[in-house]
Design a protein around this ligand. Structure first.
Ligand SMILES: [Zn+2]
Ligand SMILES: [Zn+2]
Length: 572
């Protein structure tokens, strides 16, 4: 094979992997032409193109011209940049040639590392034409590196990227259900691959729906039942299985891998075998499953919520019938932390109230920042009074919801609060926050927290670790002591749903409720249109921490919330 011939073969392979069969055929015809006319190199192609013999297929000639003018490698480089990321990295790892990758894709339909893992495990590569055992094991060896190359993005950003995609898929004809998979569905705070599943018997209509969106026009791969696009430079995969086997895909791709493997072991102990394509009985027949519950049910288990599928104790707990019923959106009756234009929020209080009413809340709290907070705008003592008057007017306008006048006060470096008690006791609820580390050691930070928690007017500690999801880890505190102190003082700890916070995270929330602390799931929202989404992020995070309705303050009636605030205030 001449070098030029090889370049064309690689371009044909790229078109195959991207799912563009017609394009791949044109490249193949170009290869035949090159072979027939003994074109060995790009200069040869240049001479040929100056005076091509009459009657040649213009599309084929156009491919030769492009390869000659752009240079084959330039086309290859840009083609590689446009592949689904896992396939590109597999090629760049050197484990396979593009031709081998095209064969693997064409024969097995793989488009992601998850697919490749299964193909290697089931030794499906070595039987393909042009691929041997050595190549299969080279692919297997490259997989761990493949996973580390996935750029993780914050959960909140990932959710934002798929909102419109999910809605357009849901509205597409033939689609029965839609769900994200992987770390996104499990609510991990940093998300790897973004993939969605839409169960449908009309995949092309679903693909048209996605491609009709203005920001997802860049297609990396289009197959009959798979689509990869980029939105704001992030790759999003969409799988479109038939409803009859979609539940198996959902279970397998949701993972985590550790959970799936533990489930495979459990299946084996009950005489089944669990594979990527579903659950098989002893005799190899596929157990029909229209939902994940059917698969768990066949294994004698209740549906295990995606957020706790971490491969830890969830399966043994499920076997014993000890899985908790996790808190969910229907349980939430109010939102106790949000900002308005009185501090660094975007919207007037009226807009926040209207949005909370639309979400069906029974109560809400406006909690703007205190005077020396680092927020871009803060309340002053004087503005607290004016804000109270505005809230009084809004209570008349919106009798259907209880509007609490609160604040999020900083805990100052000496442990005092950023408003005098005379001001705080006028408010309906006081949230306290350790926004500023002030160069303190963990012990000093703990003393500040202790002072705030002992303060009778402080109901709730916001985002207790003060981490920022993508950029800053939380305070290195003795959290068991903090959680004990919260339980002892009757102070509520927050699970903050703002995308940058998600704080407490699932693991800490689990320890907090185990220590007997009450938590609140708040939006900490700064704009009315995000109140619902941020509450949902908080709920996802709480569910990762096995948090139940009974642990969460804002699943309770307003009378109970008021009683909790009053009980602590009475200790003055
Ligand atoms: Zn805050
Ligand atoms: Zn806040």
């Amino acid at each position: 094979m001449s070098p030029f011939h090889h370049t064309l073969a690689q371009l044909a392979s790229l078109a195959t992997i991207r799912g563009n069969v017609a394009e791949a055929e044109i490249w193949s015809r170009a290869i035949d032409l090159v072979r027939a006319h003994h074109i060995e190199s790009e200069p040869d192609a240049g001479l040929f193109l100056q005076d091509p013999p009459p009657g040649l297929d213009p599309e084929t000639l156009e491919r030769l011209r492009r390869t000659y003018e752009a240079g084959g490698w330039v086309l290859l480089e840009s083609g590689l940049a446009d592949l689904p990321a896992d396939l590109r990295w597999l090629f760049e790892s050197g484990a396979v040639t593009l031709e081998q990758l095209a064969t693997i894709h064409r024969e097995l339909g793989v488009t992601s590392a998850a697919d490749i893992v299964d193909a290697v495990r089931e030794q499906k590569l070595r039987i393909l034409p042009g691929i041997d055992e050595a190549t299969e094991s080279a692919v297997g060896d490259s997989l761990p590196n493949l996973r580390t190359r996935i750029p993780r993005i914050p959960l909140g950003r990932a959710v934002g990227l798929v909102v419109r995609l999910l809605a357009s898929l849901r509205a597409a004809p033939g689609v029965t259900w839609v769900a994200p998979v992987g770390s996104l569905r499990r609510g991990q705070d940093m998300v790897g691959d973004i993939e969605l599943i839409a169960a449908t018997d009309q995949p092309s209509a679903a693909i048209d729906a996605v491609l009709g969106l203005p920001d997802s026009s860049h297609v990396l791969h289009r197959g009959e039942r798979r689509l990869y696009v980029t939105t704001n430079h992030v790759q999003i995969g969409v799988r479109l299985p038939h409803p009859a086997n979609a539940a198996a895909d959902l279970l397998h791709l949701t993972g985590s891998r550790a959970h799936f493997e533990a489930l495979q072991a459990h299946a084996a102990s009950r005489g089944f075998s669990l594979h990527a394509d579903g659950l098989r009985a002893n005799d190899g027949t596929l157990v029909p499953a229209s939902s994940e519950s059917d698969i768990y049910g066949a294994l004698g288990l209740p549906l295990i919520p995606p957020e706790i599928r971490e491969g830890g104790e969830e399966i043994t707990r499920a076997i014993r019938g000890e899985l908790p019923v996790l808190v969910s959106r229907d349980h939430i009756r109010g939102d106790l932390h949000m900002h308005s234009e009185w501090s660094d929020g975007r919207d007037p209080i009226a807009a926040m109230v209207a949005a909370c009413c639309a979400l069906g809340y029974e109560y809400m709290a406006i909690t703007d920042h205190s005077p020396t907070s680092a927020a871009s705008r803060n309340l002053t003592i004087d503005s607290v009074k004016k804000q109270a008057a505005e809230i009084a007017r809004l209570r008349e306008r919106y009798p259907q919801i209880v509007i609490l006048h609160g604040c999020e006060t900083d805990i100052l470096p000496d442990g005092r609060l950023d408003f005098p008690d005379e001001v705080l006791q006028q408010l309906d609820i006081v949230l306290a926050s350790l926004h500023e580390r002030a160069g303190h050691t963990p012990d000093q930070l703990m003393e500040r927290y202790a002072a705030a928690m002992k303060h009778p007017l402080v109901t709730l500690i916001t985002h207790p670790t003060n981490r920022l999801v993508a950029t800053r880890s939380g305070y290195d505190l003795d959290y068991d002591r903090l959680f004990d102190m919260a339980a002892e003082t009757g102070t509520v700890l927050e699970i903050d749903g703002a995308p940058s916070h998600l704080d407490l995270d699932g693991a800490l929330a689990r320890r907090a409720v185990a220590a007997g602390a009450t938590v609140a799931i708040d939006s900490d929202c700064h704009r009315s249109d995000m109140l619902g989404r941020q509450m949902n992020l908080g709920i996802l995070t709480a569910r990762r921490g096995w948090v139940e309705r009974r642990h969460v303050l804002n699943t309770r009636s307003f009378a109970d919330v008021q009683a909790m605030i009053a009980a602590k205030r009475a200790s003055r």
